[in-house]
Design a protein around this ligand. Sequence first.
Ligand SMILES: NC(=O)c1ccc[n+]([C@@H]2O[C@H](COP(=O)([O-])OP(=O)(O)OC[C@H]3O[C@@H](n4cnc5c(N)ncnc54)[C@H](OP(=O)(O)O)[C@@H]3O)[C@@H](O)[C@H]2O)c1
Length: 279
Amino acid sequence: MFEAPTIGIIGGSGWLGRSIALAMLDKAFVQPDALVLSNRSASHPFADSRWSQVPVTHDNQALVRRCEVVILSVRPEQFADLQICAENRLVISLMAGVPLEDVARRTGSRQVIRAMPNAAAEIGKSYTPWLVTPQVTDQQKTFALRLFETFGSADQVFSESHLNYLTALVGTGPAYPALLARTLFEHAVNSGLPPDVARRAAHAVVVDASQLIGNGHSVDELLQALISYRGVTAAGLEAMIAGGFDTTIKAGLEAATSAASSMNPFARSADTIEGPMTR
Ligand SMILES: NC(=O)c1ccc[n+]([C@@H]2O[C@H](COP(=O)([O-])OP(=O)(O)OC[C@H]3O[C@@H](n4cnc5c(N)ncnc54)[C@H](OP(=O)(O)O)[C@@H]3O)[C@@H](O)[C@H]2O)c1
């Protein structure tokens, strides 16, 4: 069954849903006639491309009827208005902060995967941690891993708390490097550099030079070698560490983890939420 299932993406025209659809199509993981996208407007995300024949619907239940795998790529707060019965479907939720149990309860599926890609899916470089309900079969796990690998790499994790932590660490995608790039840029401009030079310099450090990490150089080896050199870099690193770099990063991760763990829109009103549709 999971050799070449029909795949539906609810929210398939959004930032993430569209990137994932494109990755699966470009890698021939799914054929255009075995993929269905939905959104409320039924606007086509690939109208002007070679994938314009991929069907788009505004009827989420029609998508579910047609697909063996249903990917939920709407925002967590939009999930409250989404009414589907996806019994006997593999449901893969990409929503930040919504636990497996809530996805299962609101979709009627017992075979649920919660995954947390990031925006780098757009360039095939997402790192995607994922978590499953006990009813997900080994065949479905193998399928899910292959799917996630169409847009990067992936690891299975085994608790909601680890997934919430990783939502804070990697679900944020380019956010933390972007903040570093902006701080470097602003300091360079404040030091008198022309903005164009400052922008290219910050980009060269955050985007280009960082590619040495993992490319034959571990993080620890690189830092140790640069600190032992006792040069300009060591002076910069030591001042940043003494100024609270570690503390600031840890505080940011803790705040983001706490947000990921408490953003579930269904947590406080579970007894007032309707169950999955039964049709
Ligand atoms: N973007 C990221 O980097 C990222 C990273 C990690 C996790 N995520 C998760 O991925 C999910 C999607 O995020 P996103 O950034 O792609 O959001 P987005 O760009 O706002 O996309 C949401 C999509 O859902 C559609 N939609 C909303 N309500 C719908 C409904 N009732 N039925 C069908 N389609 C509906 C929207 O289209 P219409 O408005 O036309 O209906 C839109 O295509 C979120 O839950 C987020 O937590 C995103």
